[in-house]
Design a protein around this ligand. Structure first.
Ligand code: NAD
Length: 481
């Protein structure tokens, strides 16, 4: 521990920019101050959008392969600075560095993936009249806003550049107000390899920075990753100003269902791995609801308790640590509030439930990995996204009951099913309203397949061709002869 990263300016129109006010970032493991970013203003946002608008025609005038080559350079720039990025990111987020290493590779991988897909931004020809030629073109929106959450700020900001830039848009990124420091390293790499104004990075709070960005008249396309409440606020704000194309990657309360024929040990392993304790459960895809057939319930409860209780909490920069603190003081209070609700609403606390014991956990936002059993669908911990190291286990008797419980929240991000009965697996997959279903594994991201939510978990699939196309708008052209 003990890193200090100093002041980390924003990138606006190719210039590193500070301001009057700052946001001080603390290491969530120690509460030590580790650096600052400017608290951006509405004026900063306006300048960033204008710079992006000025750069966009030149960026779009390059061939797709020229743009692709530059994106590959940015990807290589991420890899070249991976250690620096990861040290900063683990210190600023509390995510443990062992698993976090994948984040730089994922961000670089998406830049390369979308660069390679560039020629798939194809149109169609339609034989609409006997003599004419009728076809479609895909064109960029212009300036795209991408707004990023705190759980993987570098990975999301880096990966989310790829599709809009490939499509010929320029981008303004808004980094999260907690864990904002790595946005500056992203800015440095973009500054090194891309023309000024093509990527602009503004730090600050939701109000005014996020809101001003969403409402800016030159922003016609918004890609948001974050909570349902903010997603709804963004849709409302956008709609007050103009018709804007908004995609949303929001929260989840993801069930993992264990049917009676399943290998219960494998299922519990997948549930605990899927919880993403490496980032203290702060993952939209966390398998936070384990639903087990009554015949396997007691065994699943004991296996889960033992596995979760054995997790090694420690310094996020130590590659043997399996879990760090939660991200911020505010989030600590929120997660602890859910744990208290779990206790008061009759959940059976199997392990965890408070601040871990030991000298190193006296300061910082540490919460024990926590498991509640005897969860019923009406309990708050079974219904609401906690976005923390808290999982709950409930039981079911029939398939219909399992499906009903799985569908009993506002969310619809992922589902995981454990069974060797292919008919049961596929028929259940069709009945559960989530955007992603995994059978005999916990649901994850696979490049090329849409990741996105149904219901209040979101709008639009990402990490696939659909994401690239969603950063284009279609124009029909009719050649009449
Ligand atoms: P959040 O919604 O509080 O904040 C996300 C971002 O939105 C931040 O940068 C914030 O400053 C900004 N923001 C806040 N108010 C705004 C406004 N009015 N207008 C514009 N921007 C505004 O979310 P969070 O707490 O940072 O992240 C946690 C949430 O993100 C969880 O719900 C999690 O499930 C979700 N998430 C989803 C995915 C996914 O792919 N589905 C991935 C990661 C996180």
């Amino acid at each position: 521990m003990g890193h200090h990263f100093g002041d980390r300016p924003m990138l606006i129109g190719g210039a590193f920019t500070t301001g009057q006010d700052w946001i001080t970032s603390v290491n969530p493991a120690t509460e030590e101050e580790i650096g600052r970013v400017p608290a951006g203003t509405a004026e900063d946002v306006n300048r960033a959008v204008e710079a992006a608008a000025k750069a966009q025609p030149g960026w779009n005038a390059r061939s797709i392969w020229e743009r692709a080559a530059l994106l590959r350079k940015v990807a290589a720039g991420f890899r070249a600075r991976a250690q620096e990025i990861l040290t900063m990111e683990a210190s600023d987020t509390g995510n443990t560095i062992g698993k976090l290493r994948a984040d730089v590779e994922i961000a670089a991988g998406y830049l390369e993936y979308f660069a390679g897909l560039a020629s798939e931004m194809k149109g169609e020809t339609v034989p609409a009249t006997p003599k004419g030629i009728h076809f479609t073109l895909r064109e960029p929106f212009g300036v795209v806003a991408r707004i990023v959450p705190f759980n993987h700020p570098f990975m999301f900001a880096g990966a989310h550049l790829a599709a809009p830039l490939t499509a010929g848009n320029t981008v303004v990124i808004k980094t999260p107000e907690t864990s904002p420091l790595s946005g500056h390293l992203l800015a440095q790499v973009c500054h090194e390899f891309l023309p000024p104004g093509v990527v602009n990075i503004v730090s600050g709070y939701g109000l005014p920075v996020g809101d001003t960005l969403v409402r800016h008249p030159l922003i016609r396309r918004i890609g948001f990753t974050g909570s349902v409440a903010t997603g709804l606020a963004i849709q409302r704000a956008a709609a007050e100003v103009a018709v804007k194309h908004v995609t949303l990657e929001l929260g989840g309360k993801n069930p993992l269902i264990v049917f009676p024929d399943a290998d219960v040990e494998k299922a519990v392993d997948a549930a605990v791995a899927g919880m993403n304790f490496s980032w203290a459960g702060q993952s939209c895809g966390s398998t936070s609801r384990l639903l087990v057939h009554e015949s396997l319930y007691d065994r699943a409860v004991e296996l889960t308790r033992a596995k979760v209780a054995a997790l090694k909490l420690g310094d996020p920069l130590d590659s043997t640590s399996e879990m760090g603190p939660v991200n911020s003081a505010g989030h600590y209070k929120r997660v602890m509030g859910f744990i208290e609700k779990g206790k008061s609403e009759g959940g059976k606390l199997l392990t965890g439930g408070g601040r871990p014991k030991g000298e190193m956990f006296k300061r910082g936002f540490w919460i024990e990995p926590t498991v509640f059993a005897d969860m019923t669908p009406d309990m708050t911990v079974a219904r609401e996204e906690i976005f923390g190291p808290v999982m709950s286990i409930g039981k079911f008797k029939t398939v219909d009951e399992a499906v009903a419980i799985a569908n009993a929240t506002e969310y619809g991000l992922t589902t995981s099913l454990f069974t060797n009965d292919i008919t049961l697996a596929l028929s259940t997959a069709k009945r559960i309203e989530t955007g992603v279903v995994a059978i005999n594994g916990s649901a994850m991201h696979h490049i090329g397949l849409p990741f996105g939510g149904a219901r209040n978990s979101g709008l639009g699939g990402e990490e696939c061709l659909e994401e690239l196309l969603s950063y284009t708008q279609v124009k029909s052209v009719h050649v009449l002869m």
